[in-house]
Write a protein that binds this ligand. Structure first.
Ligand code: FAD
Ligand code: DLZ
Ligand code: SF4
Length: 509
């Protein structure tokens, strides 16, 4: 009797729980490219190409190690189009004694998998995804009884529990967080190493042709595809980052630079989320570089916090709060997503730059996502459902477990403050401080009102005015509301008129 082991497209790790006790003489691994996963939202072409290419390479690695792999391609003539149809085909043709699966990253698929337990005659074993460093049980215990969750406290506990950047019981350097040394604006003459790219091999070229044909109506470009598609290549990307970019990661983490989408970020989210890299090894590589004296603590701590802190934290919140989290809409926002999120055609240069990078690379860095695309969505009152769908479609690292808490919790404050203590709302001055965009923009960042004023300026105040009842008791916004109270009536009227005019004209800006 054979054990059937299903490996999903974002579970491409030889350490994955479902493969751990495999008997290569008897067991079968099933991997399947299916239309249902590629189109439940119409993912960016580059994301689909990356995952299919990585899946095919992973299947080859398993085969080379002697494992029997049934691999279903999207263009197999009898491909049934969903994971269940491909599973049933194997079950019908082979003697299966048990199905072993690692817990999926999305709630919708978890519900389907739970139903398999009652539908199939054999046992279905759903294993915890222990690539993550905080088990769901542990997270739930940590969150239990807390009205609001704060990443900083969670992160400290994770540092202690995993003994990361610790000096006995104290944080290395005497502080948990070195952001006071970080977040500098870009400076002229910065030299940014280009990201490590790979020339597609035959397997990847086949996938690129397939995606180009089958997903022609999906968003995004496929040109110059250079993502890592194997663990070996992903490890090379990690090494390259630690060697060439980590040094400046902290300092320029929040910088935005004209026509420079990559800055000093790591670009490993695609690989971490698909299983080609493991969070523990990434953290260890950064920590080792610090102890070797190669990189400063502010960069290493800032980088590790993103993975040991934020990544684990948002995943814990997702599973704790789903399915209700997906429907939250604290501000009752309902404006449609403007067309420029797809076309990039807007005179607001910061937004045009972020959409352009997104379209070309299925990537934009954190501050573009948070303070440009996200900030605009928050201030303009865009529908959380539509904004979430967009973010899930467009990034090659997007899966609902990480996308939804970032969008609904961090960006849109749709959970009313469960994840973040205040909305990340900002006017044009923030973007001007952290980027070199504004001096090239059609709009004037120093102008507060009128047709040529930076829209972020009046949209910011309009957002605070519109949502006063819901936000007035937030202590972190007290200063802003006191400033608002000092504004005279004509200034408030100008803000509201500008915001109305701009939002009405939104498709055309
Ligand atoms: P770096 O800036 O180099 O950071 C290193 C790693 O830290 C990332 O690869 C990621 O694994 C982790 N990380 C950093 N910030 C976060 C965070 N806020 N939440 C979780 N992990 C984090 N990240 C995703 O992986 N998938 C998403 O779909 C996603 N959607 C986002 C949507 C919005 C609106 C915002 C504000 C953030 C989103 N993030 C998402 C978090 C973050 O922006 C990306 O992880 C990061 O930009 C990926 O690029 P990088 O690998 O160069 O990351
Ligand atoms: C994202 C994705 C895509 C585009 N295609 C597939 C696929 O064809 N087969 C597969 O097993 N997985 C795919 N995935 C990843 C899944 O959508 C992912 O496993 C779930 O969303 C859970 O995280
Ligand atoms: Fe963006 Fe305003 Fe600056 Fe233009 S002026 S780039 S819209 S922040």
């Amino acid at each position: 009797m054979n054990v059937l082991r299903l490996v999903l497209g974002d579970q491409l790790s030889h350490q994955i729980a479902s493969l751990r006790d495999i008997n290569i003489d008897t067991d079968i691994v099933l991997m399947a490219e299916v239309a249902a996963e590629a189109t439940y939202v119409k993912h960016h072409k580059r994301k689909i190409a990356f995952l299919f290419a990585a899946m095919r390479h992973f299947a080859e690695e398993l085969r080379r190690a002697g494992t029997t792999v049934i691999y279903r391609r999207l263009d197999d003539p009898d491909n049934g189009g969903c994971l269940e149809s491909e599973l049933l085909r194997v079950i019908e043709s082979r003697q299966i004694s048990k199905l072993v699966v690692t817990m999926p990253g999305e709630y919708r698929l978890m519900e389907i998998m739970k139903s398999w337990q009652s539908r199939f005659e054999f046992a279905v074993e759903l294993r915890e995804d222990d690539r993550f460093l905080c088990s769901l049980d542990k997270f739930n215990k940590w969150a239990d009884g807390r009205r609001q969750l704060r990443m900083d406290f969670f992160y400290r506990d994770m540092r202690r529990d995993h003994n990361v950047l610790m000096d006995g019981g104290e944080p290395v350097g005497g502080k948990w967080n070195f952001d006071s040394d970080n977040r500098e604006p870009p400076v002229a003459g910065m030299v940014i190493p280009p990201p490590l790219q790979f020339v597609p091999d035959k397997i990847t070229n086949d996938v690129l042709a397939l995606v180009s044909e089958r997903c022609a109506d999906h968003f995004g470009d496929l040109d110059d595809f250079g993502f890592a598609v194997t663990r070996e290549q992903a490890l090379a990307v990690l090494d390259h980052f630690v060697d060439q970019r980590l040094n400046n990661f902290g300092k320029y983490q929040d910088s935005m630079i004209l026509d420079e989408p990559w800055v000093y970020h790591s670009h490993i989210g695609f690989y971490l989320n698909a299983g080609l890299l493991l969070p523990a090894e990434v953290i260890s590589a950064a920590e080792t570089a610090y102890h070797g004296g190669h990189v400063p603590l502010n960069s290493v701590e800032g980088f590790i916090r993103q993975i040991l802190g934020w990544r684990e934290f948002v995943r814990g919140i997702y599973w704790l709060k789903m399915p209700d989290y997906a429907d939250l809409n604290f501000f009752e926002a309902k404006r449609d997503l403007p067309e420029f999120y797809w076309s990039g055609e807007t005179k607001m240069l910061c937004l045009a730059q972020a959409v352009d990078a997104t379209k070309k690379y299925a990537y934009a860095h954190h501050i573009q996502r948070l303070m440009v695309l996200g900030n605009f969505a928050l201030l303009a009152g865009l529908s959380p459902e539509q904004v979430n769908e967009w973010f899930l479609i467009v990034y090659a690292d997007a899966y609902e477990w990480v996308e939804l808490p970032n969008v609904s919790g961090m960006v849109l404050f749709a959970d009313g403050g469960y994840l973040a203590s205040k909305p990340y709302a900002a006017g044009g001055a923030y973007i001007n401080r952290m980027s070199n965009y504004c001096k090239h923009c059609h709009y004037k960042v120093s102008q507060k009102n009128g047709k040529t004023a930076c829209p972020f300026n009046y949209l910011y105040w309009d957002f605070l005015i519109r949502n006063r009842t819901k936000l007035k008791d937030n202590a972190r916004l007290g200063m802003m509301y006191r400033s608002l109270d000092r504004m005279d009536a004509s200034k408030i009227a100008a803000v509201q008129n500008d915001a109305d005019r701009f939002l009405t004209m939104l498709p055309k800006v």
